[in-house]
Structures are given as structure tokens and as C-alpha cells.
Design a protein around this ligand. Structure first.
Ligand code: TRP
Length: 371
């Protein structure tokens, strides 16, 4: 029986939003509390965040505590989960250095996530015209560093969003190549995707495909109640649903996508009053009934948004309370990170030693001696 180990993480480029929560964080807390894993590591990937923020290390630095607070607020428990900071584990860079030799430039160029990110960041603009353009080598190679993150802990399961699938594929290739070339010390990880399609990629409040800070369309886990309400009230819906009596569209309507991601049947008992108005009143027991009525016409966006607001507040309020408590005790949060990093480092060092033995670059160990 092999060990069951989770490794996952986030780039610290700001506070986490509800897309992070339904895409991965909520699942991590469930897995943590399931008690079926031997070890769980959650990494704040500051070194990876620097691969496209080299000129702005302050942003990354400032985000580390924010992400740690979001983790603790969401329910990650340092007694069960090692929360650690990537850059403080130099073993990861050493592993990356050796894995670099197992991957070709051509293979990295084919990585769909790297391709998309290069496009998005405009790295490919004419280098001759602008000496700031071009692809940073560290950025281009980050899939290899991510393989080091995952394999250092011999992770078997990596819960992430679907955009990370190419990273996992790259990691599995490196594992196979390493094990075949040297000795079978690395473990092939499996990706664990959200089971609910709406959680794969939560759209922004403006209906754009992705919730992203630069688009200003995020609801943050740490937003206070009035901020969340205002953002929900301003959400994009079906642009053709002009009159309440008009039939409405559920597909591609972010209000319904959020409900798909957050709403449970018990929310109808708790917040059914949202659907009782002076002009029209409905009694719904589940989301399918709401969708059917919206499609048929007669159900206004305001009611649906009020209900979504109630559901989101219900989900976020306990997190806000926990966050506020941890914000009062930042030295505790730092200590969590220090201890998590120490525990993670011990495991990574063990794997690195095995890797060096497999490659026979352990020249000063008795069994690896040069003579
Ligand atoms: N690439 C991930 C992201 O952008 C962050 C990350 C870095 C990660 N290393 C990892 C995720 C290892 C899972 C496993 O969110």
C-alpha cells in the first residue's frame, strides 16, 4: 500500500477569490477533513509568482500573509495540513536544476497553459522594438519547477483547476523519464479536478470567462458583507431578460453559474423568503425549480440576485469571522508558515537525497564514493 499524499498550491499575487474557493480550496478542506491522506502539503508558490513578477517582488511578499489568512479562514487546519512557502525550500530549485535536463524547449513550447499565459502577458511582442518584451526564461520553465514541487513530496493527488492539467502531464512525463533513466524513486501524481462543471472556471461578475484581479470582476473571500452585496447586485445576467415576464437564459448567466457552484437544497429552507415579493411569490425547493421558472419567465433578476447574495453571505460569513480572529494574531500565522515550511523542507530534502543517489551524484556518501 503506497502512501496517499496531497500537494497543491497557489501563486500569491493577491487575496484569494471565490473562484479559488470553488475551484480547489473548498475541496482541499474536505480532503483534509476526510482523514484518508497520510500527508497534506499546501504551498504558497511565491517563487513561481516571481517568474512573471520579477520587477514587483513587493506585491508577492505582501500577498503571502493574505493567502495564508485566506487558507486558515477557509478551514485549512495546520494540525492536519502543512502550509509552507515555496522559496524557502532550496531543495526545490535543486530538483528543478536536474529535471531541466529531462525536458526539451520544444516540449515546453507545446504546453498549452504556458502558451496561453505568454499570449495573455504579451511576452511575445516584438523583442527588437521593446527590450522589456520577450519571455523570461524562469517563466518559460516554470512547469519544470512545478514538477519539482509535486515530486519533492511524492504527491499522489494534486487538487487543482483544469488549467493545471498540462502541468500535471508535464510532471508525469518527467517522473517517467527520471525513473527510466536513473532509478524508480519518483511518484506519478494524479490530478483531482472539481466534480462540478461550474466550479472548473468560475466566470467574473461581469460574465467574462475568468475571474481575475486585473479585470476587476472578483468577489474576494475577504470582502465584507456590503461589498459582496453590491457586487452581486451589479452582476451581469441575461442581457435579453429585460422584463420580468420575459423568458430568461440560464446558460452563460453568471448568477446561475455561481448558484450552481454554491447553492445547496438547504439554502431554500433558510432563504426561501428571497422569492416572496409583493408582485410575485414563488416557493422553490431546489435550483432546478428556480431555473425552470427563470426560463419560463416571470422571475426577476433582483429576486435571484437576492437569493445568491444570501447564499454567498452564508458561505463567506464564517470565513470572515475566522479571518478576523487570525488577523488579530499575525505572529501565530507566521509561526504556522514557519513550522509548515520546516516540515515540508525535511520531506523535500529526503527526496532530493534519493534523487542524487539515483543519479549517482552523491560522491561524498560512503556508497557513492568516487574511488
Ligand atoms: N501553477 C499553480 C497556479 O498557478 C500554482 C502551483 C505552483 C501549483 N506549484 C504547484 C499547484 C504545484 C499545484 C501543484 O495556481
Amino acid at each position: 500500500m503506497g502512501r496517499k499524499v496531497i500537494l497543491t498550491g497557489d501563486r500569491p499575487t493577491g487575496r484569494l477569490h471565490i473562484g479559488h474557493y470553488v475551484g480547489s480550496l473548498r475541496r482541499r478542506v474536505e480532503l483534509q477533513d476526510s482523514g484518508t491522506f497520510d500527508d497534506i502539503f499546501v504551498m504558497i508558490a511565491d517563487a513561481q509568482a516571481l517568474t512573471d513578477n520579477a520587477d514587483n517582488p513587493g506585491k508577492i511578499r505582501d500577498s503571502i500573509l493574505q493567502v495564508a489568512l485566506d487558507y486558515l479562514a477557509a478551514g485549512l487546519d495546520p494540525a492536519k495540513t502543512h502550509i509552507f512557502i515555496q522559496s524557502q525550500i532550496s531543495e526545490l530549485t535543486e530538483l528543478t536544476f536536474f529535471y531541466n535536463n529531462l525536458v526539451t524547449v520544444q516540449r515546453l513550447q507545446r504546453n498549452p497553459t504556458v502558451k496561453a499565459e505568454i499570449q495573455m502577458r504579451g511576452f511575445n511582442e516584438d523583442v527588437a522594438q521593446d527590450n522589456k518584451a520577450g519571455i523570461p526564461v524562469g517563466f518559460f520553465c516554470y512547469p519544470i519547477s512545478q514538477a519539482a514541487d509535486i515530486t519533492a513530496f511524492k504527491a499522489t493527488v494534486v487538487p487543482v483547476g483544469e488549467d493545471q492539467e498540462p502541468m500535471l502531464e508535464q510532471t508525469r512525463e518527467i517522473v517517467r523519464k527520471f525513473n527510466a533513466t536513473y532509478a524508480p524513486v519518483l511518484v506519478e501524481p494524479e490530478i483531482l479536478l472539481p466534480d462540478n462543471a461550474s466550479c472548473m472556471r468560475l466566470p467574473g461578475t461581469d460574465g467574462k470567462a475568468k475571474m481575475s484581479k486585473s479585470l476587476g470582476n472578483c468577489i474576494y473571500l475577504s470582502d465584507d458583507a456590503p461589498t459582496v452585496s453590491a457586487k452581486v447586485r451589479g452582476m451581469y445576467t441575461d442581457p435579453n431578460h429585460l422584463q420580468v415576464s420575459d423568458p430568461g437564459k440560464v446558460e452563460g448567466n453568471p448568477v446561475f453559474t455561481y448558484l450552481d457552484a454554491f447553492c445547496r437544497d438547504e439554502h431554500f429552507e433558510k432563504f426561501g423568503a428571497c422569492f416572496q415579493g409583493r408582485k410575485a411569490s414563488f416557493e422553490f425547493h431546489n435550483l432546478d425549480e428556480v431555473k425552470a421558472q427563470y426560463r419560463a419567465g416571470g422571475l426577476g433578476d433582483v429576486m435571484v440576485k437576492n437569493f445568491l447574495d444570501a447564499v454567498l453571505q452564508d458561505t463567506l460569513q464564517p470565513m470572515r469571522e475566522r479571518r478576523a480572529r487570525f488577523e488579530q494574531d499575525l505572529p501565530y500565522v507566521v509561526e504556522v508558515l514557519r513550522q509548515g515550511t520546516e516540515a515540508a523542507r525535511a520531506v523535500a530534502a529526503q527526496t532530493l537525497a534519493e534523487v542524487k543517489r539515483a543519479m549517482r551524484i552523491n560522491y561524498f556518501e560512503p556508497e557513492g564514493g568516487l574511488i
